[in-house]
Design a protein around this ligand. Structure first.
Ligand SMILES: *[C@@H]1O[C@H](CO)[C@@H](O)[C@H](O)[C@H]1NC(C)=O
Length: 285
């Protein structure tokens, strides 16, 4: 009987802990430090998704501008960018540029620019194929690279800095500013048969969320989050059990009396109704 009660108590406390954990919504947010390693690679036929995937997975790319210091020759510059914190892709292309850098000097004269991204930049990607092979996805996004207006700075910072935390501490004297590439067109090559051009509407309409809902990595991360929360709840349960253990038995009986009675009635009901949870009713030795 004592063991049965113990099992019941444990089940009740666990259920309480579980329901408390389940009641807490767990949206992905950087406050929770969601570990989100890599979103799964979209199918090559899903062109806009592939473009958005590259834009989200990569942390840097080559920005090409019409150079001033080279008299108009195209100048490619490897620069960091972000489209949002990990697992929260937006497709927006945010940069942090200093006027001490050639790119910003070029932009002051002509804001047109291209960002080139290559799947081979991802660790372990494109194994066994030449980087120029169409099987290794490449994207060039073209548009106007403009300073983010004052009223958009906060939002742009939230997209940029979680992916590039050290930027917050870069020297003020270098006058870094947030920029955004406003897309006119994007050209993707991810298979044989030539490149695919898409406009901003198609690019932004692509839904990466459906991709990461099926990602085991993402699901594991979510479970891990709930697990952390659950651990806190279980610690709480444990300390309550310790507290119970330290109570004198007489006091315990008073405290548990009504519950024991209720459980007994519940067990009797279960037994009478064919006991769906018959495992719990098995006598334990
Ligand atoms: C070049 O920049 C202008 C704005 O400065 C913009 O209107 C135009 O769409 C850009 N061209 C391309 C091809 O992105």
């Amino acid at each position: 009987m004592a063991l049965l009660i113990n099992t019941r108590l444990a089940v009740l406390l666990l259920a309480m802990a579980l329901s408390a954990a389940a009641a807490t919504p767990q949206p992905p947010s950087d406050a929770l430090q969601l570990p989100c390693p890599r979103l799964p690679r979209p199918d090559y036929q899903q062109k806009a998704q592939m473009a958005r995937w590259l834009a989200h997975q990569l942390d840097w790319g080559v920005v090409s501008t019409t150079s001033r210091h080279l008299g108009g020759v195209a100048f490619g510059n490897a620069l960091s960018f972000a489209d949002g914190p990990r697992c929260r892709p937006t497709g927006r292309l945010i940069f942090f540029l200093s006027p001490m850098d050639a790119t910003l000097q070029d932009l002051e004269k002509c804001s047109n620019a291209s960002l080139t991204l290559h799947e081979a930049q991802l660790p372990g990607a494109c194994r066994g194929v030449d980087p120029e092979s169409p099987l290794c996805a490449k994207l060039t996004v073209t548009g106007s690279l403009e300073p983010v207006p004052e009223d958009g700075l906060e939002e742009a910072a939230e997209l940029m800095f979680p992916r590039h935390p050290e930027m917050r501490h870069w020297p003020k004297g270098h006058q870094f500013r947030l920029f955004e590439l406003h897309i006119t067109t994007a050209r993707l090559l991810d298979y044989f048969g030539g490149p695919y051009d898409m406009g901003p509407d198609e690019y932004f309409a692509a839904e990466l969320a459906t991709v990461w809902a099926t990602s085991m990595a993402y699901l594991t991360a979510l479970v891990r989050l709930s697990h952390n929360d659950l651990k806190k709840q279980l610690d709480d349960v444990e300390s309550r059990l310790d507290d119970l253990e330290s109570r004198p038995t007489a006091q315990l009986d008073t405290w548990l009396g009504p519950y024991i009675q209720e459980w007994q009635e519940h067990c009797d009901d279960d037994a009478a109704s064919g006991a769906s949870d018959s495992n719990d009713n098995k006598p334990e030795t």
